[in-house]
Design a protein around this ligand. Structure first.
Ligand SMILES: [Zn+2]
Length: 68
């Protein structure tokens, strides 16, 4: 019988056969720190109140804009 060992990234839960790749995956993830800005529309144009776009500050200091 063979013992099978595998590793799972604790951020995205992807499974890897080797530890190096799992560590590389974990270290590659950027973590949101705060929402810098949100583009909103008035209630006459958006009845659910959620912004159309937000800009998120990540732990590496970069900002990324997300749009729905
Ligand atoms: Zn991952």
């Amino acid at each position: 019988m063979k013992k099978v060992e595998h590793f799972i990234c604790e951020v995205c839960n992807t499974e890897y056969k080797n530890e190096e790749m799992a560590l590389k995956c974990e270290k590659s993830h950027k973590h949101p720190q705060s929402v810098m800005t949100a583009k909103c529309r008035p209630v006459t144009a958006c009845d659910n109140g959620y912004p159309d776009a937000v800009t998120v500050l990540f732990d590496d200091g970069k900002c990324v804009r997300y749009k729905r």
